[in-house]
Design a protein around this ligand. Structure first.
Ligand code: GTP
Ligand code: MG
Length: 209
């Protein structure tokens, strides 16, 4: 499946967020974990800029997602700046509270935070902090183990076991932007939560702000 996407806005400040409208999916994770690559893999096009240099994405980039043949966009993807990379961590950790925490806490249309962790790297303190933050804020999230193509089946099973032990309450999905493994399952979950939000909105008779 290929979807149509359009770049909407790049925000470094809450005032620059597009008006909340459609169900929104945020992609979060350490620098270089593959956030932009996951978005490109889902969309089937190179919309988000990827780089082998960690810390490339410095702003929240918003993309509208539309299915071919449908008149209107149905989803928004938000590509967030990475955290946890030593060289830029000072700068980013100053930026994080300023607009990423408000984004995660207050964005009314945010229906799923996809937290990416590298399946080749052991669990990290910074990931734990983010997951604790999301759990405390009562937001729906999904843990995605990226770059699964770099591991043998055995190694991947071990990595997934370790992640399940570390984050026992999280839903976990292995993914590879390179091979497309996990892509259909990830789309399925995204459509599920977006559908739930649309239905809740319809049944409560309120429209989104
Ligand atoms: P920042 O925006 O800097 O935080 O990085 P990011 O999380 O957006 O990562 P990005 O998508 O730019 O990918 C970082 C590097 O990992 C690039 O060199 C990608 O080619 C590589 N990469 C991403 N996903 C995969 C994957 O599934 N498999 C493999 N083998 N490499 C990947
Ligand atoms: Mg990126």
């Amino acid at each position: 499946m290929r979807v149509l996407s359009r770049f909407m806005a790049s925000a470094t400040d809450a005032a620059q967020f597009p008006a909340p409208s459609l169900p929104e999916i945020a992609f979060l994770g350490r620098s270089n974990v593959g956030k932009s690559s996951v978005i490109n893999s889902l969309v089937g096009d190179k919309v988000a800029r990827t780089s082998s240099t960690p810390g490339r994405t410095r702003a929240i980039n918003f993309f509208e997602i539309r299915w071919p043949g449908k008149p209107r966009p149905e989803l928004i993807f938000a590509d967030l700046p990475g955290y946890g990379y030593a060289k830029i961590s000072r700068e980013i950790s100053q930026e994080w509270p300023k607009f990423i925490e408000p984004y995660l806490n207050e964005r009314a249309t945010l229906c799923l935070s996809i937290v990416l962790v590298d399946s080749n790297v052991p669990p990290q303190q910074s990931d734990r902090q983010l997951l604790d933050f999301l759990t405390a804020s009562d937001r729906e999230f999904l843990l995605v183990a990226t770059k699964s193509d770099r591991l043998s089946n055995n190694q991947l099973s071990g990595a997934l076991r370790t992640l399940t032990q570390e984050y026992p309450t999280a839903r976990l999905l292995p993914f590879s932007a390179k091979t497309g493994a996990g892509r259909d399952e990830l789309w399925k979950r995204i459509r599920q939560v977006a559908q739930q939000m649309t239905e809740t909105e319809a049944s409560s008779g309120t429209s989104l702000p």
